[in-house]
Design a protein around this ligand. Structure first.
Ligand SMILES: *Cc1c(COP(=O)(O)O)cnc(C)c1O
Length: 396
């Protein structure tokens, strides 16, 4: 480690709350799927800022759009219209097949929005404050605000920040009987990730998701899909629900949406698109002109069917080649598109990630002892080869 790197790490340690276990790397700049640290060492990026930099780094169109917009107007507030805002919203509605959109700033904030819509839908229609419970799945992850922590179906997130909000219930994923039983007349919505990311890259069964959709329709319970990690092309379709053949009532998105510029959104279908009225919800920064300039580039590029086909093909290839690695260490390989989990056991993950870093590969961890890969969606064939070769060396 150079003196400069050590110096920056020490200064962070002195001045910052120790909420993150950062890797001992000071990143400086990136090009495509390659990141460079401040000492000039190159890394293949299989992390993309936790599923954010979908177009990789230094995408010329994204950079040009941001520079242009920065020179024009950064922030207008939602008291006015801007062209990038209107265009991005229209594109997102079209790509999703949903009816209406609201822009927020982050994933957790988008999820707060869908929680509000679901509860107000129920309150408007049934006038019953008892019919406000939202069911989520064990091993889910929905964010870090007080309400979204409570929505997260993992006990370890419910231990320190009392009082939490009430009104959430948890059921085991892929257990239809359990959710059927839990969907009683106190429930207004079911919220789920179609591939649970943070807890270990766990795709839900198709039949289960279809059956939950049917139960929701039957009981007028809203189906909320959290696409914050799975959305914006990550799984090979623009949203993952487009592969599950369902029509959600509410969808949240964030991570990849701004290609690296913070932005989030939620979308509503027919049932819930007019629930929020003037004054019911708002945000200062949401739909900010700079973020929308970025989102427009992302939506144009990632929303292209050929781009999405390529993501699917690359994801299939990467997954198949990882599955073909002969290794006693690999317990399971799962995922969808370019969202891949390699289960190696909780004892092995941080060691394996360190070995990968030594080989110039940046990957992520996830729950259940899983190595998580969320590369930029522009990953090329040679980079897939490079990734597989390094994984083979570390895991075989
Ligand atoms: C990352 C994530 C969130 C939270 O998003 P933030 O932008 O960190 O608030 C919520 N849900 C899922 C599925 C996520 O992956």
């Amino acid at each position: 480690m150079t003196e400069l790197t050590q110096n920056l790490i020490n200064r962070e340690s002195e001045n910052f709350m120790h909420t993150y276990g950062r890797f001992p790397i000071v990143l400086d700049h990136g090009e495509g799927c390659v990141l460079y640290d401040i000492d000039g060492k190159a890394y293949l990026d299989l992390n993309s800022g936790i599923g954010v930099n979908c177009l990789g780094h230094n995408d010329p169109d994204l950079v040009a759009a941001l520079a242009d917009q920065a020179a024009n107007l950064l922030q207008a507030s939602n008291l006015y219209y801007t062209k990038p805002l209107v265009e991005a919203g229209e594109k997102l509605v079209k790509l999703s097949g949903m009816k209406k959109v609201f822009f927020a700033n982050s994933g957790a904030e988008a999820n707060e929005g869908v929680i509000k819509v679901a509860r107000k839908y129920s309150m408007d229609k049934y006038g019953n404050p008892e019919r406000t419970k939202i069911l989520t799945l064990n091993n889910s992850f929905h964010g870090r605000t007080i309400a979204t922590l409570e929505a997260t179906g993992q006990e370890k997130f419910h231990k320190a920040f009392f009082p939490y909000t009430s009104g959430f219930g948890y059921v085991e994923a892929n257990d239809l009987e359990a959710i059927d039983k839990a969907m009683d007349d106190t429930v207004c919505a079911v919220m789920m990730e179609l591939v649970q990311g943070e807890s270990g890259v766990r795709p839900l069964d198709h039949d289960y998701v279809k059956a939950v959709e049917a139960l929701c329709k039957e009981r007028d319970i809203l189906l909320i899909i959290d696409e914050i990690q799975t959305g914006v092309g990550r799984t090979g379709t623009f949203f993952a629900y487009q592969q599950y053949d369902i029509e959600p009532d509410l969808v949240s998105a964030a991570k990849g949406l701004g290609g690296g510029v913070p932005t989030g959104a939620f979308l509503a279908g027919e049932k819930a698109c007019d629930v929020l009225k003037p004054g019911d919800h708002g945000t200062t920064f949401g739909g900010n002109a700079l973020a929308m300039a970025a989102a427009n580039v992302v939506l144009d590029k990632v929303g292209n069917p050929e781009f999405l086909e390529a993501v699917k093909a690359k994801g299939d290839r990467l997954m198949n080649e990882i599955r073909a690695i002969e290794s006693d260490k690999i317990k399971d390989v799962r995922g969808l598109g370019l969202m891949i989990g390699i289960e190696v056991g909780a004892d092995a993950v941080s060691d394996d990630l360190a070995k990968l870093r030594e080989k110039g590969i940046l990957a992520l961890s996830a729950g259940g002892g899983t190595i998580r890969l969320l590369p930029p969606l522009i990953l090329c064939d040679e980079q897939i080869d490079q990734a597989v070769k390094a994984l083979k060396e570390v895991l075989a």
